[in-house]
Design a binder for this molecule. Structure first.
Ligand code: 5GP
Length: 198
């Protein structure tokens, strides 16, 4: 998705060889025009899949999920990382190790919201090693529902999350795929492949 790649190039900050900061348009401040295009792009790719729910983790997955869900005309659910006083024990639970925070969070979703007949699209802002993705998968499995696929805004293709998911037979749709952050610059997978074939 060209507008997303442009935002990453112009407004993203490469913090290290493995971490990209996108607080100016996705993770802290949100660019409404861009997030709308992101949501529309996912909805277009999954429109024929009979999706009944969109699922993400708070907080960075919420903005794109809201737009996808709006376009697909289905509810979206965000798994909670912190216990809420209003949440009873009637929850599905899973443990997720955070790549950026380097801590494990228990994520929960109310059993009232996900059911065995649901066809679920999982959305997240980044895919690195797949911990968040598999944690959300576990929740869907506990409900007896089906994971239809993953919509990832930014995939770091040099980490093994995509491979782990596709090896299990899951469909993964990423709007920007990053080959590397070498020398502080973002190299996208498609540009890298084009260069190799020249
Ligand atoms: P994974 O669970 O696939 O290892 O990592 C994905 C999760 O970690 C995402 O939910 C995202 O919040 C966070 N994450 C992973 N890599 C990055 C990164 O380079 N930048 C930012 N801002 N978040 C990341």
């Amino acid at each position: 998705m060209e507008s997303l790649k442009q935002a990453i190039r112009e407004r993203g900050n490469v913090l290290s060889d493995t971490v990209l900061k996108v607080d100016s348009f996705l993770n802290h401040q949100v660019d409404p025009k861009l997030i709308n295009e992101i949501g529309q792009a996912f909805a277009e790719r999954f429109k024929n899949e009979g999706i009944t729910k969109v699922l993400t983790i708070e907080s960075s997955g919420i903005a794109p999920s809201l737009v996808v869900a709006t376009h697909l005309g289905v509810p979206f659910i965000f798994a909670r990382k912190k216990k809420s006083l209003t949440m009873t024990d009637n929850v599905y639970r899973s443990q997720v190790y955070s790549f950026t925070k380097q801590e494990t969070n228990e994520i929960t979703v109310s059993k009232d919201l996900l059911h065995a007949d649901d066809r679920v699209l999982i959305i997240d802002d980044f895919l690195a090693n797949g911990q968040a993705a598999f944690g959300l998968c576990e929740i869907v499995e506990q409900a007896g529902a089906q994971v239809v696929g993953f919509g990832i805004v930014i995939e770091k293709s040099f980490q093994d999350g995509r491979k782990k998911l596709t090896d299990k037979g899951y469909r993964v749709e990423s709007l920007a795929r990053i080959q590397s952050f070498k020398n502080g610059t973002v190299q996208f997978v498609d540009e890298f492949v084009t260069q190799l074939s020249k």
